[in-house]
Design a protein around this ligand. Structure first.
Ligand code: NI
Ligand code: MN
Length: 225
């Protein structure tokens, strides 16, 4: 059984057979992180870009659990210099671990660390675990090459930013779903702060586009894929 847990903002855990992948683990300073965030036990951490609301606790978690981080080269280097374990990778790359497969795709956004250091190109992740495929779009605008991700796999759940302002908003996320041909949209990157507020009814009405369902997860809520 492959399970997805929403940890607030753009943070998710994917678990199967006792293994856990954490994506964009922004937990300590995340006003929407559920209490259960302290219960994470990652075997792999994926980071889409260097902005603090995505890099989050990646360094501390990697050190605490001795688990590797996979991201683009600039983020890997930054974390490795500070004592994290990393898996070499960059956009276009694929990694195969005993419990999962990950391919790194581009995102249209920007990326820098809080100290101003360049974070490399932002990315997104296609993850297969327990036979189920999940796409985490990172922070991105709508762009046509998302259809290349759909050519790669039958996507069960697409985790898409919907808050607008810094990323695509809900209408563009609906268009992204058509490019991705995914079955379920899980909205992320909204309501963490007032600048990315989205009404619940608006999220639910997005499902009226017809070809897919929308699963709105509250922080701490889980979805069996
Ligand atoms: Ni960002
Ligand atoms: Mn962000």
């Amino acid at each position: 059984m492959t399970e997805l847990e929403y940890l607030g903002h753009s943070a998710f855990a994917i678990r199967d057979s006792g293994k856990e992948i954490l994506i964009d683990p922004f937990l300590s300073d995340n006003p929407k992180a559920p209490a259960s965030a302290s219960e994470v036990h990652p075997d792999l951490i994926l980071v889409t870009h260097a902005h603090h609301d995505h890099l989050g606790d990646a360094l501390e978690l990697s050190k605490r659990f001795g688990c590797p981080v996979l991201s683009v080269s600039e983020i890997n280097d930054y974390l490795e210099e500070r004592g994290a374990k990393v898996i070499p990778g960059n956009i276009g790359g694929e990694i195969e671990l005993p419990f999962c497969w990950v391919k790194i795709f581009p995102a249209v956004h920007s990326s820098s660390f809080e100290d101003g250091r360049y974070g490399g190109a932002p990315c997104s992740f296609l993850v297969r675990m327990g036979g189920k495929t999940v796409f985490h779009a990172g922070d991105t605008a709508l762009f046509k090459d998302l259809s290349l991700v759909a050519d790669e796999a039958d996507i069960r759940a697409a985790l898409l930013p919907v808050g607008g302002t810094y990323t695509m908003g809900l209408n563009d996320a609906v268009s992204a779903m058509r490019l991705l041909r995914a079955r379920v949209m899980v909205p992320m990157h909204y309501d963490t702060w007032p600048s990315i507020a989205v009404e619940r009814w608006a999220l639910e009405s997005a499902a009226r586009a017809g070809e897919f369902s929308v699963k709105v997860l509250a922080p701490g809520e889980r979805l069996v894929l």
